[in-house]
Design a binder for this molecule. Sequence first.
Ligand code: AMP
Length: 400
Amino acid sequence: MNNKLVLVLNCGSSSLKFAVINSNSGDEIISGLAECFNLPDARIKWKIAGKKKSANLPSHSAHSAAISYIVEEIIKTEEGLAEQFVAVGHRIVHGGEKFTESVIINDAVLEEIEECSSLAPLHNPAHVLGIKAAQSAFPTLPQIAVFDTAFHQTMPAKAFMYALPYNLYKEAHVRRYGMHGTSHLFVTHEAAKALNQAVEDTNIISAHLGNGASVAAIKNGKCVDTSMGMTPLAGLVMGTRCGDLDPSIIEYLVTRQGYSLKGVMDMLQKQSGLLGVSGISSDFRDILAENEKGNKRATLAMEMFSYRLAKYIASYAVPLGRIDAIVFTGGIGENSHLIRTQVLALLSIFGYQIDDEKNKAARLGEQGTITVDGSPIAMVIPTNEEWVIAQDSVKLASNQ
Ligand code: AMP
């Protein structure tokens, strides 16, 4: 079979993650990160055939210079590689209610992505810059948009509405959208395979636990509820984000504690979560290490993380009725046996019994069930959002 390669781009405001994916096998041929955009030390690093490489980009480079470097200095220097590209796939954080699945990017789609910037002001403008740069670097290749929000568009109104005046939904698009959809979709399909069930008959609770974290209730292969909201700030305790919060705290901090609104929002997004509670780090490995040493705030941060997640999972018994499996994914979900132990212990009312050996073995990319025979099932499934983006891109490009 001919290789069909896809350049997958995930453009942020000051960085750009990229990967070259073989859409047949899912193999990552190149992966890398360009960062420090618009700063004197803009740079790029990448991995190819197991070798790590890096270079400085011209001072103050941004998306366009980074993409030119990827094309001219990385892809074109590998003999025969450029000819195998069939599409460029873009990860887009917010597709509002407009996009329920991946689409080929044309002028109208680009405009809609730009319009969704009010819902994701940090992400969507950067995606637009990335798309435009990729269009000029690859004028003949189809560009595909894959939305983080799309998988969640099947949620019913009772799950996605906030109990606010209805016109805020109709006129200002205020509702729950949910994120990490590509990851939740991927693990849903992998879980169905592992359970030997049709996706259409599979009910799972997917916990994507990375720096950002969200949990989704998936019924008959479709999302029916999720923890992130209109923005990625809602739901679980995250690396630096607070997750769910009494909204009156914001008013209290502004009117009584001398914060500006911007200051509060910055704090909720960048100084809260694991970092805020522990005072140590947003990186879960640091929290684990401090917990080992007996640091009480590290222990508290971990307990809050597990407790909030377990409460969400328990509440998703309501929309699901039957739970075929709980799936752990993302950097923390795939690697921390301790968090999985804590969460399943909190869910013992449902009968979950962890298998310590299997639980400890499921790390560093190892997939598998972590509960004992006879227990309701929990499993670890390493996510692969890039592969979903590559597969959607090839499918749409070949239908063109
Ligand atoms: P992600 O955003 O999916 O890349 O996940 C990042 C998070 O995963 C960070 O908090 C990391 O500390 C955490 N993580 C990565 N590797 C491990 C590990 N071996 N054990 C525990 N946490 C990990």
